[in-house]
Unconditional design. Structure first.
Length: 390
């Protein structure tokens, strides 16, 4: 087979890029290791920055998001019994975020690729990237007993942290940065009315908690747990009891509980790989960087990669201008590191760290007190939360 851009990874990043390029007449093939049902079964975050929603509309995939997504003009931070509302609309020049599940984003993108007869090949095995520093890279993969080859101009690695793309960059070229946090988030999805119309980030001496949602009848809640905990250690009743303990009493008293329909523990870490380009291979999304979920930046950071890559490829094919591709890694990483900084700051601010010394606890208290008392601090928080410009 031949194509212009071979995209490794059929998650939202790869599908979004494929859709955007297709609309501009640029041919792509998407390879995905898992089945479509598996990809759509993954439960992920759902707070979308303004820039991400604009990309979805440009990709002609935003209709259901605009109809069903929840527009949020702010969110809450609680510190034991104190509750502060951060006014995103006021402090970010009128911008907002949209609460719309990543699963729904992915479903919309799949439906768009189907409508346009886009080539998305599932259940591929043994993907290998070849001749990445040549003018004619190619990709091979196995489907059943057959090995197939795709010749292309460029390869985009949007296949996540465990994918083959980043591993195809020589170790003496790749530089990796990582911070592993000593706790995880136990998350529960339930068919219950959200306890608040806007998200609540809760700091408590027992640990962090988050009240989120997928819709007005589907809630997503999290509590900080030690890395040694397992899902089986937590019954539904134990989860709800612990969540209520970490929320202000006025909020806890309104919490509607019910059976969990999904329960999982996600470890927290920050990770960045540099560079994000090697020859004619470009990394995007989790293949190049991971953030703690505290700042809601994972999917949104991937979207900024796709924005830069889309415009770089468009410049190459439409205008013969390679400056966007040549500057991709530097430009993408500049924004990635700002998202890392914000996620690191939010995580440090709101979580209870084991073996924290008294000085650090007092600094955390003071940082929150300053945030609650300063419009300038809230403006900085709002600017980062709604998403820095591309």
């Amino acid at each position: 087979m031949k194509t212009q851009v071979c995209i490794i990874g059929g998650g939202p990043s790869g599908l979004l890029l494929s859709q955007l390029l297709h609309l501009k007449g640029i041919d792509t093939i998407v390879l995905e290791r898992q089945s479509r049902d598996y990809v759509l079964s993954r439960i992920r975050a759902g707070v979308l920055e303004h820039g991400f929603t604009e990309l979805m509309r440009e990709a002609e995939c935003g209709a259901r998001m605009d109809e069903e997504g929840e527009i949020h003009e702010g969110f809450f931070i609680s510190d034991h019994e104190d509750l502060l509302r951060v006014d995103l609309h006021k402090f970010s020049g009128g911008q907002t975020v949209t609460v719309y599940g990543q699963t729904e984003v992915t479903r919309d993108l799949y439906e768009a690729r189907d409508r346009m007869d886009g080539t998305v090949i599932h259940n591929v095995e043994d993907v290998v990237l070849h001749d990445l520093t040549s003018d004619r890279p190619h990709v091979t993969y196995r489907a059943g007993d057959e090995t197939l080859r795709i010749d292309c101009d460029y390869v985009v690695g949007a296949d996540g942290y465990h994918g083959v793309s980043r591993k195809s960059i020589p170790k003496d070229v790749l530089k990796e940065y990582e911070k592993v946090y000593p706790f995880g988030w136990l998350g529960v999805l339930s068919r219950t009315k959200p306890v608040s119309p806007e998200l609540i980030y809760a700091r408590h001496e027992r640990g962090f908690a988050l009240c989120s949602m997928r819709s007005q009848v589907l809630s997503r809640y999290y509590v900080q747990v030690p890395l040694t905990d397992k899902v089986e250690d937590w019954s539904d009743d134990a989860f709800w009891t612990e969540l209520q303990r970490r929320l202000p009493s006025e909020v806890a008293g309104q919490l509607e509980t019910g059976p969990s329909i999904e329960k999982s523990i996600a470890p927290l870490r920050g990770y960045v790989a540099e560079p994000m380009r090697y020859g004619n291979l470009f990394l995007a999304g989790d293949a190049a960087h991971i953030v703690p979920p505290t700042g809601a930046k994972g999917l949104n950071s991937a979207a900024s990669d796709i924005h830069y890559l889309y415009h770089g490829l468009l410049g190459h094919y439409r205008d013969g201008d390679d400056s966007g591709l040549e500057g991709y890694s530097e430009k993408a990483l500049a924004r990635v590191w700002k998202a890392q900084r914000f996620s690191w700051w939010m995580t440090q601010l709101l979580h209870t760290f084991p073996d924290t010394i008294a000085y650090d606890r007092r600094m955390q208290d003071t940082e929150l007190a300053y945030l609650f008392s300063s419009e300038a601090a809230q403006r900085s928080l709002a600017e980062n939360y709604v998403g820095l410009p591309f």
